[in-house]
Design a binder for this molecule. Structure first.
Ligand SMILES: Cc1cc2nc3c(=O)[nH]c(=O)nc-3n(C[C@H](O)[C@H](O)[C@H](O)COP(=O)(O)OP(=O)(O)OC[C@H]3O[C@@H](n4cnc5c(N)ncnc54)[C@H](O)[C@@H]3O)c2cc1C
Length: 520
C-alpha cells in the first residue's frame, strides 16, 4: 500500500472510476468494499485518516440495540441482529461475544428486562450469541464483583458482540485493496465536477503535498457523516442542512473498577439515558452522552457536564468511585442525526440511516450504526449503480470474509487482532531484537506494529499509529504521549522523513493527546 505511488498512478493514468466514495469511515469504507466486490472500479478518498471521524469513537458494540426494542422498532433490531451475526462470521478475529449484565435495583426491573431480553434472543434466532437469563443478587455479583450491592435485587444477563472499530475500518480498507479498489487517506474533496448538470467527478486536494487532482467518476457517493451537508452544498449551495450533530462521550478506566469479563448495561439512568461500562482491551469504557452541537468537528471535546455525568453515574453503579485522575482517556464522537425538517426536494429512504439522491446524481448515505454498515452499503450501491448508469450486479458481501479473517484466534497472542496478518507481524518482530518488545510498560504495542502500520495499513503520522492502528490514545493517553518519540523514529525510517518531521510529529501528537486527559 504505497500511498505516494498510488497518487502518481492517479495523476499519470487518469481513468473514469465507476464509484468515487468520499469519506473513509465505516459507511464510506463499507460502500467502497460493496462496490469493488461487485466488480465496479472503485476509489475512496478520505480527507484525514481512515476512521478519524465518528468511526473510531464508538462504544465498540456490534449490537442489535436493546434501546430500539424499547422504542418498539423491531424491524431495525432484526436487521441489526442479522448484521451482527454476519459480521461475527466475516470478521471473527475482531468481533467477539460479550456478556452484559443489567443490574436490577427496583423490584419490577427483573421481570421487565428479563422478558424484553427474551424477545431480543428470539429476534436473533439462529444468529443468537447465547440465551439471556435472570440472575439472583449473588450471581449478579459473581459476574460483576464491584457492582454497588446496596439495594441490588439481582440482574439479567444477555449477550451481544464487541469489536475494535478502527481496526475493522483498516481491515475494510485492506479488503477494498484485495477487491482491486483503491483507498487513499489525506485526500480532501474540495469540489464536485459536473457535466450537463450531473456530477461527473471530484476535485481533490492532497493534504500531504501539492497534488491537486480532478478525478472523473460515473457516480459519487457522499459518505462523510457529520460533514455530509458540506458536500451537498458543494453540489448546490441552496441545499438545506440535514445534519444535526449530537456528541457522545466515553471515559476509560482501568480494570480494577470493574474486573471480570462482563459489561454493565443500564437501560435507563435517572435522567433517561442508556449507560454502558464495557471491558475493552483490558480497560473499561464508560459511556455515553447525547449533547446537541452546533458545528461538526473532527476532534470533538467532552464538556464538563458530560464528564461529570459519566463520573457520577459510574460511581453510582460501582463500589469504587472514579476520580478525574483515574480517567486514562476521554474521547468524544459525533452522531450524524438527520433533522426531520431537511430538504424536501429529495427522495429519502429513512430508517436509522438516510439515503438521499440529489437531482445532480449525488448519492448521500448517512446515519445508521457501525453494526449495520454492510446493509447500508448494499442499499447504497444498489441505488447508486442505477444513478450512474452502471449494469446492476448482485451483492456478495453477506459471505465476504474481511481481510484478516481468522476463525480461531488466541487471546494470548499479542497480535490476535490482526487475524491472519499476525504471521507477518511476527516475522517483522523477529527481524530485530527490540521489535517484538512493548514500547511502553502500560501498553502491549510493539515496534513491529508501527512498521506494519506504515508498510501495510497506510499509517502516515504518529497519531494514525497511536490513535487508530493501535488504540494507545484511548487506552492510556499519558502512556501514548511517552510512546510518541519512538513511534516517530520508527515511522520516519519507514516513510523517509527527516529530523524536523519527527519533532513536529511529537509536538503535534502531544498537544492532541493532552486533550484526552482530565488532569495534567
Ligand atoms: C458516541 C457514539 C457511540 C457509538 N457507538 C456505537 C456502537 O457501539 N455500535 C455501533 O454499531 N455504532 C455506534 N455508533 C455509530 C457509529 O459509530 C457510526 O454510525 C459510524 O461510525 C458512522 O460512520 P460514518 O462513516 O458515516 O462517519 P465517519 O466515521 O465520521 O466518517 C466520515 C468521514 O468522512 C470524512 N470526510 C468529511 N469530509 C470529507 C471531504 N471533503 N473529503 C474527504 N473526506 C471527508 C471525514 O474525515 C470522516 O473520516 C456510535 C456513535 C457515536 C457518536
Amino acid at each position: 500500500m504505497d500511498r505516494d505511488k498510488l497518487i502518481q498512478q492517479l495523476e499519470n493514468d487518469p481513468e473514469i472510476w465507476d464509484f468515487i466514495v468520499i469519506g473513509g469511515g465505516a459507511t464510506g469504507l463499507g460502500t467502497a468494499v460493496e462496490a469493488a466486490s461487485r466488480g465496479y472500479k472503485t476509489l475512496l478518498l478520505e480527507q484525514h485518516d481512515f476512521a478519524k471521524g465518528t468511526s473510531s469513537r464508538s462504544t465498540k458494540l456490534v449490537h442489535g440495540g436493546v434501546r430500539y426494542l424499547r422504542q418498539g422498532n423491531v424491524a431495525l433490531v432484526l436487521e441489526a441482529l442479522r448484521e451482527r451475526g454476519l459480521l461475527r462470521q466475516n470478521a471473527p478475529h475482531l468481533v467477539k461475544n460479550q456478556s452484559f449484565i443489567v443490574p436490577n435495583y427496583d423490584w419490577w426491573e427483573g421481570p421487565f428486562y428479563g422478558i424484553g431480553l427474551k424477545i431480543y434472543d428470539k429476534l436473533a434466532g439462529d444468529l443468537g450469541l447465547g440465551p439471556s437469563k435472570n440472575l439472583s443478587k449473588e450471581e449478579t455479583l459473581e459476574y460483576i464483583p464491584t457492582l454497588e450491592p446496596d439495594d441490588l435485587n439481582g440482574g439479567v444477563i444477555y449477550y451481544d458482540a464487541q469489536f475494535d472499530d478502527s481496526r475493522l475500518a483498516i481491515n475494510l480498507l485492506q479488503t477494498l485493496f484485495d477487491q482491486d479498489g483503491i483507498g487513499l487517506n489525506y485526500m480532501k474533496v474540495t469540489g464536485l465536477l459536473k457535466a450537463d448538470g450531473f456530477i461527473s467527478g471530484v476535485k481533490v486536494e492532497d493534504q500531504e503535498g501539492d497534488h491537486d487532482l480532478e478525478i472523473q467518476g460515473r457516480v459519487v457517493i457522499n459518505a462523510t457523516g457529520i460533514f455530509a451537508d458540506n458536500i451537498r452544498q458543494m453540489d448546490n449551495e441552496k441545499n438545506k442542512s440535514l445534519i444535526q450533530p449530537s456528541q457522545g462521550v466515553h471515559i476509560v478506566l482501568d480494570k480494577s473498577f470493574q474486573p471480570g469479563e462482563s459489561a454493565i448495561m443500564v437501560p435507563k439512568t435517572d435522567d433517561g439515558r442508556v449507560l454502558f461500562a464495557v471491558p475493552w482491551h483490558d480497560r473499561i469504557i464508560v459511556g455515553t452522552t447525547d449533547t446537541p452541537l452546533d458545528e461538526p468537528s473532527l476532534e470533538p471535546r467532552a464538556t464538563e457536564e458530560e464528564i461529570n455525568f459519566l463520573l457520577t453515574h459510574a460511581a453510582r453503579y460501582l463500589t469504587k468511585d472514579p476520580e478525574p485522575e483515574d480517567v486514562l482517556s476521554v474521547f468524544a464522537g459525533i452522531r450524524p442525526l438527520v433533522s426531520p425538517g431537511g430538504d424536501d426536494d429529495t427522495s429519502s429512504i429513512s430508517r436509522d440511516h438516510t439515503l438521499l439522491i440529489d437531482p445532480s446524481g449525488l448519492v448521500t448515505i448517512t446515519g445508521g450504526k457501525w453494526t449495520t454498515y454492510r446493509k447500508m452499503a448494499e442499499e447504497t450501491v444498489d441505488e447508486a449503480a442505477v444513478v450512474g448508469g452502471l449494469d446492476e450486479r448482485e451483492s456478495v458481501t453477506e459471505n465476504l470474509r474481511l481481510h484478516g479473517w481468522l476463525k480461531n484466534t488466541e487471546a494470548a497472542d499479542p497480535y490476535e487482532l490482526y487475524g491472519s496478518d499476525a504471521l507477518h507481524l511476527k516475522k517483522i518482530a523477529s527481524e530485530h531484537k527490540e521489535w517484538g518488545q512493548p514500547l511502553h510498560p502500560n501498553l502491549p504495542y510493539t515496534p513491529a506494529e508501527v512498521i506494519w502500520a506504515a508498510r501495510s495499513e497506510m499509517a502516515r503520522t504518529v497519531e494514525d499509529v497511536l490513535a487508530r492502528r493501535t488504540r494507545a490514545l484511548l487506552l492510556d493517553a499519558r502512556a501514548s504521549i511517552e510512546m510518541a518519540k519512538p513511534v516517530a523514529d520508527l515511522l520516519a525510517d519507514e516513510l523517509g522523513r527527516d529530523e524536523q518531521w519527527k519533532q513536529d510529529q511529537v509536538t503535534q501528537y502531544t498537544e492532541l493527546a493532552k486533550e484526552y486527559l482530565l488532569t495534567s
